[in-house]
Design a protein around this ligand. Structure first.
Ligand SMILES: [Zn+2]
Length: 256
């Protein structure tokens, strides 16, 4: 069984000592590839280099809400240019983070709005980060309904909102948090949504699934989230794996 990690941060400095050895080991360890999620415009050349080095690595280009203060015209142009490349498969991760508020909320909304419009122009999906900003994210995506698709990464909203996003053409992604003991709400949502709209991801090095919580996360642990998804839905691991692999292929326009 091969699994695809739809959201990883292998450029994080927690991987500085073993990044290339780890990436090279993935195909033999059951990981068919991953999308390296961009955080800042400065990451773009490094992500492009990774996608050139490894045929199973894909990337996104975008400015995270934490870095929204830096989403000036120069950096937006760097995102726009990267989207012309085939292996840059999405705009992300972009969104709103009202939990940390590392950038002023007005700057976050402006950066998100500009990058949603870049995605529409480039006809690429978006990878959305929404932390404690459910109302504003829903409003901004609803305003572009029918013109844009993508994924709500590390989903933390309600079942009702997830259904609305799916109706608008989005996918809902679950990560290691699905395995946490207190994640009863997420598991109930993952149980009820259509399997054809679900994705799995690690968000590594963060969000490490049980029973490895507290350690560094990596794509090698993606199977734990898949196993939990299969368990909550009462289906086989193979059926769950086939579904999420197909969904990743459909969303990002890649072949696994
Ligand atoms: Zn992320």
């Amino acid at each position: 069984m091969q699994l695809f990690d739809t959201h990883a941060h292998l450029l994080d400095d927690q991987f500085d000592l073993d990044r290339n050895a780890l990436i090279a080991s993935l195909p033999e360890a059951g990981v068919s590839g991953f999308v390296e999620a961009c955080v800042e415009a400065e990451d773009i050349p490094k992500i492009q280099a990774l996608t050139l080095l490894y045929d199973f690595v894909y990337g996104s280009a975008g400015i995270h809400p934490h870095a929204a203060s830096k989403a000036d015209n120069t950096n937006l142009l760097r995102v726009e240019r990267a989207l012309a490349q085939k292996k840059i498969v999405a705009v992300g991760e972009i969104g709103l983070d009202y939990h940390y508020d590392f950038s002023p909320r007005e700057a976050q909304r402006e950066a998100l709005s500009n990058q949603l419009d870049l995605a529409i122009a480039a006809k690429k999906p978006v990878i959305i980060h929404d932390r404690e900003a459910h109302g504003d994210v829903m409003a901004m995506l609803s305003a572009r309904k029918g013109r844009l698709g993508g994924v709500l990464h590390c989903y933390s909203g309600s079942y009702e909102d997830a259904v609305k996003y799916i109706d608008m053409g989005y996918y809902i992604a679950f990560g290691g948090a699905l395995t946490f003991k207190n994640a009863t709400k997420q598991r109930a949502i993952a149980e009820k949504l259509p399997l054809s709209r679900l994705l799995i991801e690690t968000d590594c090095p963060y969000m490490t699934p049980e029973p490895h919580r507290g350690e560094r996360n990596s794509p090698l642990l993606i199977h734990l989230t898949l196993e939990m998804l299969a368990k909550v839905r009462g289906i086989s691991i193979e059926e769950a794996a086939n579904a999420v692999n197909q969904n990743a292929t459909d969303l990002f326009g890649i072949s696994l």
